[in-house]
Structures are given as C-alpha cells and as structure tokens.
Design a protein around this ligand. Structure first.
Ligand code: NCD
Ligand code: ZN
Ligand code: ZN
Length: 413
C-alpha cells in the first residue's frame, strides 16, 4: 500500500503511557480489540496499561497472566504498570524488570482504585522499596481528604455544578507535596500522573530543579476541558483528579510548551453510558481518550498559535522520546536507524468534526463528539504494515507484542 506523505508530517508511532484497557474482568467497558483500534486510529502504536482491573494486577503472576490474556487480542505493542500493593511493597524491591519497571500507586480511596495507601507509613514503605528495586512509581496523587469530603456531600445528587466544587484542588496539591517529600527522603524515581493544577506543576518543577528524580504527565482531558465544561456537560468530562479552571489549564499548556512535562497520556478510562449517566455520586470517574490524545493536543497547540514545525516536535517528545526514555521502551518513540517500523503520517491542517460514528472504544462515546479538531492521523503503520488509514479504515492483525525491556536487551548483548 502506498503512503502519501506529501505536505504531511511523519512521526514515530506514538506511545500512550497511560491507558486502562480493562482486562482482566472489566471487558464490558473496554477490551484490547477495541482499545487497540482506538489507539491506532489515533496514531498510537504502543500503550502502557494500568492495573486497576478485576482482579487487580498486583504481583508478577498477575502481570504474566495478563500478558497471556492479551496475546492474540492486542493490535498494539504493550507494557504494563504493576499495581503497588500496600500489603506487599517489598515486592517492588525485587521486581523482575522483565515483568514491569514501573508501579502505579493510588494514594487515596477513589472510586476505581483497586488498593489504596491509607497511611503515611505505607507510603513511606512503597517509596523505600521502589527505590531499592529501581522501580519507577507512577502516581495517582490525591489526598484522602477529597474523597472523605465527597462521601459526606449532601447536595443535589443530580447537579454536577454543585458536586464538582466539592473535589478541591487542595487534594492533589497536598498529595504532590507529599510525593516530593518522599522522593527527597528515598531518592525514588516518581512520575506524577494526570496533573491538574498550577501548584502541582510548580512543586514538581521546583523539585526537578533541585535535582530530584521527579517528572510528570499531562493528559489530553486536562488540556482540553475546564471545570465550566464539566458543569455544563456533566458526567462525560468527569474524572479523577477533577478538571480545574482556565488558569490551571493554561499552566498545563505552559508545561507542554516549555518542555517541563515529560509525557502526555490519555488516561483512557472508558465506562459505559449507563454508568456515566448515574447521578454524580454514583458515576465512575474517567473517560476514553487514546484515540483523541494526539489530535486534541495538536488542536490546542494550533489554537495557541504554536507554529506547526514546533508543535510537531512537542508531540514527538510528549508521546515519543519522553515516554520511551522514562519507561525503557527500546525501538520505540524515535524515528532512527534500528527503530521498530512504527510510524504515523499526520496531516497538520485538516479540520474535521468527531462524531459518535468515529469512536472506536468499546464504550461507544467520546467527550469530544461534536468537537472540531485541527490535524488528522492519516495513516498509522505498526510493525511495517498499514494498521490504520483514514480512507480505508483499520487493518489490524492482533499481533501486538508484550515488549521486552531495555535492561533485558542490554543483558543479552
Ligand atoms: C481511572 C479509571 O476509570 O480507571 N479513572 C479516572 O478518573 N482517572 C482511574 C485512574 O486513572 O485513576
Ligand atoms: Zn489515576
Ligand atoms: Zn488512569
């Protein structure tokens, strides 16, 4: 098949280091066939999947079992973040790097968290053990007081406008300050996921300047929407941590354009329409996004007058070299000799409106329905073959690989 890249950009196959593809146990929301299709349509050829499944992925056996379940169903290459278990943080001190080199920590008892670090001693232990094992922590940094406030909320159970302000920014800021303190004590590599506020970023940038091994992610959702969207449109833009106001969003954009943010992730977290239509107190937080991540970031950069030649470098860093370096993904994230044959042909100028018919996620809806994007993924090549073409659709053999680590390849050399 011919690639037509005239007047278009060629990017490395993109990496989304934060997806919830819901296997095992939650396949009614999403599965690897649909998740892969959404990824490829969005230019993503490699994903890193989260452990808040049923059962949760908390040990090496669970990770190996997941790899087996996924084999033959994934159209994208993949690695997994193991879930840090408060009852067994010692595992991280000896974790086999073949299985995982990063662990997700849920710092508070939020709706979709499988396990929760309830006290300071547990958090201290996970940072100490991860440092000993050379494991990078990826953190859902929210403090328990937010969720306690939510539990005690007695307002109109159907009003998002009333409910949302009861998820204060302070919950994320307090938690990030705690992360920085623990990194200073133990030297653990820590990547804060889905940053939502200016203060979180200021704290992390200051810590990185101090020389601490901290980094952070921005999500397409926190870059695209504001609190006003959630009040107006309700559950479809509701996730944890909450989407904040305009000033916070612009600080996130500054982190993108200054190079402060290390990765952009989708936090692709599908839930069914029925689940999302429940009153806010019962509706799970999270929304799909792997398909929309690159184009939403492109749209936002162009709306902020970032020249296309600069924008393409930001995208190639945030969804390419950034996650490839942080998560040790050899052959991924860069177009260079020896790299895997994963690439994206991207039209920088096409404007198109997303409709429900475009949605590839099994949940069948997107918060971006009705949005007009600037920029389009024309073709996605994975493992040397066209896997997505905007004219002919998906061509996806389910031959995605569970990726070996750089450490393993080095040992073999
Ligand atoms: C995620 C989910 O539904 O799995 N939800 C969310 O609001 N972000 C969980 C998570 O990323 O913490
Ligand atoms: Zn999270
Ligand atoms: Zn997530």
């Amino acid at each position: 098949r011919r690639l037509d890249a005239a007047g278009r950009y060629v990017l490395p196959g993109l990496i989304d280091s934060h997806v919830h593809f819901r296997t095992p146990g939650l396949e009614y929301k999403e599965d690897w066939e649909h998740g892969s299709a959404a990824a490829l349509a969005g230019g993503v050829t490699t994903v890193m999947d989260m452990p808040n499944t049923r059962p949760p992925g908390l040990d090496e056996d669970a990770m190996r079992a997941k790899a087996e379940l996924v084999a033959g169903h994934a159209g994208v290459d993949h690695r997994f973040h193991i879930g840090a278990d408060p009852a067994n943080t010692e595992l991280l001190a000896t974790l086999d790097p073949e299985v995982a080199t990063s662990a997700k920590v849920f710092m508070a008892g939020h709706h979709t968290a499988p396990v929760v670090f309830r006290d300071r001693a547990q958090l201290d232990a996970v940072f100490a053990d991860a440092a000993r094992g050379g494991v990078r922590l990826v953190l859902h940094a929210e403090d328990q007081h937010v969720f306690d406030l939510l539990d005690s909320w007695r307002g109109d159970p159907h009003s998002y406008g009333e409910y949302e302000p009861h998820r204060p920014r302070s919950g994320a800021i307090v938690a990030v300050a705690h992360v920085v303190e623990l990194v200073r004590r133990h030297g653990t590599a820590a990547h804060v996921l889905h940053t939502s506020s200016a203060e979180e970023i200021d704290l992390l940038v200051a810590a990185a300047r101090e020389g601490l091994p901290v980094s952070f992610e921005v999500t397409g959702h926190h870059l695209s929407f504001t609190h006003a969207d959630t009040c107006r449109r309700g559950p479809r833009t509701r996730l944890s941590p909450a989407i904040r106001g305009e000033a916070d969003r612009e600080r996130l954009w500054r982190a993108v354009l200054s190079g402060e943010a290390a990765t952009a992730g989708s936090d692709h977290a599908p839930h069914t329409v029925e689940e999302k239509n429940r009153p806010p107190v019962d509706a799970p937080p999270g929304l799909p996004g792997v398909q929309e991540l690159a184009v939403s970031i492109w749209t936002g950069m162009r709306a902020r007058d970032v020249p296309a030649d600069e924008a393409v470098r930001h995208l190639a860093r945030l969804m390419g070299s950034g996650p490839a370096d942080l998560f040790e993904l050899p052959g991924k994230g860069r177009l260079e000799p020896g790299a895997d044959a994963d690439l994206v042909v991207f039209d920088p100028a096409e404007r198109w409106q997303m409709s429900a018919a475009d949605v590839r996620s099994k949940c069948g809806w997107s918060a971006y329905e009705g949005w007009t994007f600037t920029g389009r993924v024309v073709t996605t090549v994975r493992a040397g073959r066209v896997a997505w073409d905007v004219r002919t659709g998906l061509h996806t053999p389910a031959d995605g690989r569970w990726l070996p680590t750089a450490r393993r390849l080095e040992a073999l050399r």
